[in-house]
Design a protein around this ligand. Structure first.
Ligand code: SAM
Length: 184
């Protein structure tokens, strides 16, 4: 079985966008307890490198480390572990909620923006990006940058995501690194 309800969200996103296939190389940010990692491996991903603040029980076929994505050394460490470009960077990272909506929103967007910045460094041409975001205003700048750098950018609310939650996923496909010159 899947380790998390979250697994179903990635299944639904991937059924629609077909981002994971035989041989796909993936970075999985905010991996604990490992549901998305399991889905990635099950769907044939070749090299999956995962990261979380929390320890994650091993997933056969993936390499998961414990650490903080906001640690300045983490991007290089993850790149080194993958040993080459990624086809998909996916982030389900979410900070512990404070109950203060504006604060929660800012924190999750900070993580999503960090993940996007990292994706720009590590994605192969044609690669894809998935990140959890929250509904509400301040992701506009991030979206504008994404629309420059990817052929397609969509907001998705997978059916497995609770209706009451303002969580959404941004799904970007067709990375065009040459379009980024001068943007970041
Ligand atoms: N996708 C996972 C699955 O299917 O099992 C569920 C991920 S859960 C919704 C969000 C995770 O993000 C938490 O485990 C949390 O520890 C992690 N997280 C939050 N901030 C982080 C950070 N700065 N660095 C690494 N992981 C982080």
């Amino acid at each position: 079985g899947w380790r998390s309800r979250a697994a179903f969200k990635l299944i639904e996103i991937d059924d629609r966008f077909k981002l994971i296939e035989e041989g796909t190389r993936i970075i999985d940010l905010g991996a604990a307890p490992g549901g998305w990692t399991q889905v990635a491996v099950k769907r044939g991903a070749k090299h999956v490198v995962g990261l979380d603040l929390l320890p994650v029980d091993p997933v056969a076929g993936a390499e998961i480390i414990e650490g903080d994505f906001t640690d300045p050394e983490m991007p290089d460490r993850l790149k080194e572990m993958l040993g080459g470009p990624a086809d998909l960077v996916m982030s389900d990272m979410a900070p512990n909620t404070t109950g203060h909506a504006a604060t929660d929103h800012m924190r999750i967007m900070g993580l999503a923006e960090g993940a996007l910045d990292f994706a720009f460094q590590v994605l192969a041409e044609g690669g894809s990006f998935i990140a959890k975001v929250f509904q509400g205003g301040s992701e506009k700048d991030m979206l504008a940058t994404m629309k420059t750098a990817f052929a397609s950018v969509r907001h998705v609310k997978p059916p497995a995501s609770r209706k009451e939650s303002s969580e959404l996923y941004v799904v970007a496909t067709g990375f065009r690194p040459e379009r980024l010159t001068g943007v970041t």
